[in-house]
Design a protein. Structure first.
Length: 238
């Protein structure tokens, strides 16, 4: 077993994910028990030397006390923590820690090109970085499940349904109509951003992470890297 392992924690809008990493990620899970129980189990399984954490959730006193009890260094990622690969300009103070972690995960893998980082989770976020190290801007839109939730919550009769990885282009009943618009609408939106930026930046490299996966049109020619552990790799690089 490797020495000097890191415990990486990504606390998002809907779940908390944990990974243990040495040279590579050796363990990944979603939290399903208390923080105290989770840390005790992982510390018994792996020689963890430090913790790196990003969170978009409200203050969690149980998490904080459980981390303090570990008696090992803890890095809380904020937008003020510099990217280890190269200096990045124009990152706002309000920038989400999870977005910054994913961005760092992409930049350390490819510091020399224009990067579009897409996180397709509860929300779909887009961050565009120039090759010379500037955050050019970003966007946020509802993810697939949020689109489905909104249709149910803001209408009288549309049902509550769960997102699926793929959907036919046109449905045959109410449920498949909703899935078609939610899944394919998100896919077309992402493809639109990629196509637009690929026209503007010949060196564009796209990184995609998050809980939703998409299959894109064959005529999109810029490099696309699908990396489910992008946030974790950003935390590990700190």
């Amino acid at each position: 077993m490797e020495n000097g392992m890191k415990l990486l924690i990504d606390i998002g809008n809907t779940s908390a994910k944990l990974a243990v990493m040495g040279t590579d990620i050796v363990h990944f899970e979603r939290r399903h028990e208390s923080w105290k129980e989770t840390f005790a189990r992982l510390m018994a399984m792996f020689p963890i030397n430090d913790v790196r954490l990003s969170t978009v959730a409200e203050e969690d006193l149980e998490l904080q006390s459980s981390l303090e009890a570990l008696k090992i260094p803890v890095i809380w990622l904020t937008s003020s923590v510099p990217c280890p690969a190269k200096p990045i300009a124009d990152v706002p103070a309000t920038y989400g820690a999870d977005r910054w972690a994913a961005d760092i995960g992409a930049i350390v893998q490819d510091p020399d090109h224009t990067l579009l980082i897409i996180d397709a989770g509860t929300c779909i976020t887009y961050d565009l970085f120039s090759a010379d190290g500037r955050l050019l801007g970003g966007a946020i839109s509802p993810g697939v499940q949020l689109r489905l939730n909104a249709m149910h919550e803001h209408t009288a009769l549309l049902p509550q349904i769960e997102a699926e990885p793929e959907a036919m282009l046109l449905g045959y009943d109410t449920r498949t109509h909703m899935l078609s618009a939610a899944v394919n609408g998100a896919r077309f939106e992402i493809e639109g951003y990629i196509r637009q930026f690929a026209r503007e930046y010949a060196d564009l490299h796209v990184f995609i992470t998050g809980g939703n996966t998409f299959h894109f049109a064959d005529d999109i020619e810029c490099p696309i890297t699908f990396d489910p552990y992008l946030v974790m790799k950003g935390l590990a690089a700190l």
